[in-house]
Design a protein around this ligand. Structure first.
Ligand SMILES: *[C@@H]1O[C@H](CO)[C@@H](O)[C@H](O)[C@H]1NC(C)=O
Ligand SMILES: *[C@@H]1O[C@H](CO)[C@@H](O)[C@H](O)[C@H]1NC(C)=O
Ligand SMILES: *[C@@H]1O[C@H](CO)[C@@H](O)[C@H](O)[C@H]1NC(C)=O
Ligand SMILES: *[C@@H]1O[C@H](CO)[C@@H](O)[C@H](O)[C@H]1NC(C)=O
Length: 365
């Protein structure tokens, strides 16, 4: 049986959870008829290449984020064999311009949707560039057993061999799959299934861009059906943060470590409002001495937590004195975890314990 998707304009039922938000929240698509035996999946569309329209089918860059959620769904009617699909057009931004206004609204909307007993799972369509940030944010802040599947595209919808349609189809199927439950938010692109905790973008142009760092992929799609290599589990040490009504999340800055790094940056960041710092460190988290000492003085003066990550994709960053190692998290993910920790009011010692919890338990003899 094939569900029908009749989209009407729901401009009157604007989906606006925060009146302060300048983002236009319109419940754009809603089914007028459905197949009762099928699961229901809700798509949250935010923009990005997956919705991109270029002036030529051979162009893979220089496009506008124009195609609507409706067009996205129209491009993949096959998804209606697996689910009744409804959706929200959350924003129309490329993911480079994704920001906390949109993120907080998205968080509220996704949290509300997964609470509905008739919704099996949700799909997020998003630009690929910062997808791992948004997906990890949802992983940490939406408390649900239901699948949250984050997907994107590397080629605009107008390109020859656009990858968006297959990615959306696979993501919708996964959002209905019982074996996709209890794994937290996941990234789904190019036939691969990865945990939001480990997923990272690895190629600037190629559709095969997301992979999972050391921990490996969770599964794979064959004929659009998800197969998992492991029983359902969540990565060690990850926990849920309740951000049910934040006014704003604190600013955390990332400082990139390199030769001749400017030692004025830690102080400059804090002067500009940062409430925590993350170094994208060398190797296992190394920071040049002058920047390290500058961070130490601002840490001592203002009690700001400082985390260091590894700017190389894989491995573990170690704690070094007052600087807390991010364990396996890369710098963009360490920023999000530190942001939630500071939001929750954790002190430096508690922030250290939070990152330490990400390390598998050592075998104590
Ligand atoms: C999908 O939603 C419809 C309408 O609320 C409901 O009748 C149906 O049971 C839902 N399907 C599942 C699998 O929850
Ligand atoms: C986030 O982006 C939206 C859409 O462009 C914009 O309206 C909003 O002001 C931005 N918020 C911040 C905090 O920059
Ligand atoms: C699910 O149930 C809610 C009420 O709890 C209803 O508003 C919504 O339309 C239903 N969703 C679908 C897909 O039928
Ligand atoms: C940074 O600020 C601290 C405390 O405000 C100060 O002691 C230190 O000299 C400053 N360091 C640099 C490199 O500006």
């Amino acid at each position: 049986m094939i569900g029908l998707l009749a989209i009407a304009s729901y401009a009157s039922s604007a989906y606006r959870l925060s009146s302060a938000s300048p983002v236009l929240w319109i419940r754009q698509g809603l089914q007028s008829s459905y197949t009762a035996s099928l699961p229901n999946v809700t798509i949250f569309a935010t923009g990005g290449t997956i919705a991109g329209e270029s002036t030529s089918s051979t162009l893979n860059s220089g496009y506008d984020v124009a195609a609507s959620m409706q067009e996205l769904v129209d491009a993949v009617p096959e998804m209606l064999q697996y689910a009744n699909v409804g959706g929200f057009q959350v924003s129309e931004v490329g993911s480079t311009n994704m920001n906390q206004t949109i993120l907080l609204e998205l968080h509220k909307a996704v949290s509300a949707e997964v609470l509905k007993s008739n919704v099996s799972g949700v799909v997020l369509t998003h630009g690929s560039d910062t997808l791992e940030e948004t997906c990890f944010f949802l992983y940490l802040t939406v408390d649900t057993e239901k699948p949250i599947v984050c997907t994107a595209a590397m080629r605009p919808s107008t390109a020859v061999s656009a990858d968006g349609p297959a990615n959306v189809l696979q993501s919708v199927v996964r959002a209905t799959a019982p074996n996709a439950r209890n794994r937290g938010a996941m990234v789904s692109l190019n036939d691969k299934i990865t945990s939001a905790v480990f997923a990272t973008k690895n190629h600037a142009n190629n559709p095969d861009t997301f992979y999972s760092t050391d921990a490996g992929a969770l599964g794979y799609y064959l004929d659009s059906i998800p197969y998992f290599y492991f029983e359902a589990a969540k990565p060690i040490g990850t926990r849920y943060f309740d951000i049910s009504d934040p006014y704003a999340l604190p600013q955390i800055d990332i400082l990139y470590s390199h030769q001749d790094m400017n030692p004025g940056l830690p102080n400059a960041s804090v002067a500009l409002g940062a409430k925590g710092l993350v170094f994208a460190g060398n190797g296992d988290g190394g920071v040049a001495d002058l920047a390290y000492y500058a961070a130490e003085s601002i840490h001592n003066a203002k009690g700001i937590s400082v985390v260091t990550s590894h700017k190389v994709p894989n491995g573990w960053a170690n704690t070094d004195g007052f600087v807390i190692g991010s364990a396996h998290l890369n710098h963009v993910k360490a920023r999000i975890l530190l942001q939630l920790a500071v939001y929750e009011g954790l002190d430096d010692e508690e922030v250290g314990a939070l990152f330490d919890a990400l390390r598998p338990n050592p075998w104590l003899i």
